[in-house]
Ligand binder design. Structure first.
Ligand code: ZN
Length: 138
């Protein structure tokens, strides 16, 4: 399959996006999902990427194929994971503003490294913890 050809989003993924958005209180957000093949230069461990703009309540999430084609437990955890990044987008924006405006170099890089590491670690834990709760939702 050509890398440029857009791949259709699996039906389960659209339905699950709605469910997880509701569970996380993100119904007001416009969250666009796309699926794409991983760039050969990217880290193969990266299953999705999230780019959220809390000012506009909009986010773009890219899932890497073939990871999300079927609604496996890992694929569902990945959806929750990326939507938790959306849920934390305002917090992240605050830390970015501190980094850009308030913290002198080289501490800005150290600070953002620690913040991103802490956010990632928290999201990994929460996404696993939330899965059974979200599964029980109608
Ligand atoms: Zn993440």
């Amino acid at each position: 399959m050509s890398k440029k050809k857009p791949t259709k989003i699996p039906k389960w993924l659209k339905q699950y996006r709605k469910k997880v958005k509701t569970a996380l209180g993100l119904d007001a957000w416009e969250v666009n999902f796309t699926v794409d093949h991983l760039d050969p230069n990217d880290d193969a461990q990266v299953l999705g990427t999230c780019n959220a703009n809390p000012g506009y309540l909009s986010a773009e999430v890219v899932f890497h194929l073939p990871h999300v084609l079927e609604p496996t437990v890992d694929a569902k955890v990945t959806v929750i994971h990326e939507l938790l990044h959306v849920a934390l987008a305002r917090t992240k924006r605050v830390t970015q503003n501190w980094r850009d405006d308030g913290i002198k170099k080289p501490f800005d890089k150290i600070f953002s490294y620690h913040y991103e590491d802490a956010e990632e670690e928290t999201i990994v834990r929460l996404s696993r913890a939330l899965l059974p709760l979200i599964e029980r939702m109608p």
